[in-house]
Design a protein around this ligand. Structure first.
Ligand code: FMN
Length: 271
């Protein structure tokens, strides 16, 4: 994507683009026109100029579809938003029913709009839907991480999961989505930023899934297993790189009737 300038015929000179551009690349020139100049060649293509301009005067070029949508606020009330947030549960019991491709696409479409540090969006997605593959991956995680659930051995963990009809840590989910980077994080700070980025994307997907009647569960136990058996696990997944997030997706087999209680927050500075 690139911002190429401003359509002077459309521009009303409201100067909102000057305010919203994180890099301050818009200014008024000597003839009073508002112009875009990528001075430090460091535009992050956040699209705030496009989103804010009342006249849609920002000239841009994408190598993907221009999917800009116009809306007026508020779209959803705080009460409805909070209800969605409170009713979302981590799903650990799935119906043995595949999620139609169009619904999976909708979940991914929501993840597309997740914010990311520097608007970089460097992560990739790998989807597993072959039950044998998911079982194989879940099995190696159980072999590696059984102590995480308090079991003394892999056999004990396996017996337990099977007795609960959950097969393994993936709980018979029809879909597992893995978020990963092909590169190594250059330093610890970027590792944390990348982890936050994938976390936000998962959260977007999770909430979109909830609104579609689907269930999800974070599966970051996979990260723990990878830290111990990286080569074997990445080979099963069929990727190379740094895995920073995972979630299951499917139809929940349990219906929750109310939200669970949550501890109050520990917040300073609001007195
Ligand atoms: C970063 C993160 C990692 C998680 N990893 C796992 C996991 O590996 N396996 C799992 O069953 N649940 C996992 N969870 C789900 C939490 O256990 C769950 O959010 C918590 O128990 C609260 O339940 P709720 O999501 O239904 O409100 C994870 C959640 C988060 C936010």
């Amino acid at each position: 994507m690139s911002i190429q300038g401003i359509d002077q015929e459309l521009c009303s000179k409201c100067k909102i683009c000057l305010k919203v551009c994180d890099r301050r690349y818009f200014h008024e020139d000597s003839s009073g026109n508002i112009v875009y100049e990528n001075i430090t060649n460091n535009c992050i293509f956040c699209g705030h100029c496009i989103a804010a301009c009342p006249e849609d005067a920002i000239i841009r070029s994408f190598n993907w579809e221009d999917d800009v949508e116009t809306y007026s606020e508020p779209i959803v009330s705080y009460e409805k938003t909070l209800q969605l947030l409170r009713m979302n549960r981590s799903t650990r019991n799935y119906k043995q029913k595949m999620v139609p491709k169009e619904l999976i696409d909708k979940v991914f479409n929501a993840m597309r709009y997740a914010p990311s540090g520097g608007n970089a969006r460097l992560w990739k997605y790998k989807v597993l839907s072959d039950p044998k593959k998911i079982e194989e991956l879940g099995d190696i995680i159980s072999r590696t991480m059984y102590r995480y659930w308090g079991f003394n051995s892999y056999e004990q963990a396996k017996k337990y999961f099977e007795s609960m009809d959950r097969q393994n840590i993936f709980n018979k989910a029809p879909i597992v989505i893995i978020l990963y980077y092909e590169a190594k994080a250059p330093n610890n700070t970027m590792y944390a930023v990348w982890g936050a980025d994938t976390g936000v994307a998962i959260t977007y997907g999770q909430l979109a899934a909830e609104s579609l009647g689907l269930g999800t569960c974070w599966m970051n136990v996979l990260l723990g297993a990878i830290s111990i058996k990286k080569e074997e696990i990445l080979e099963i997944i069929g990727i190379k790189g740094l895995v920073l997030g995972a979630m299951t997706l499917g139809y929940p087999a349990v219906k929750y009737s109310r939200s669970p209680p949550r501890a109050p927050l520990d917040v300073e500075g609001l007195e």
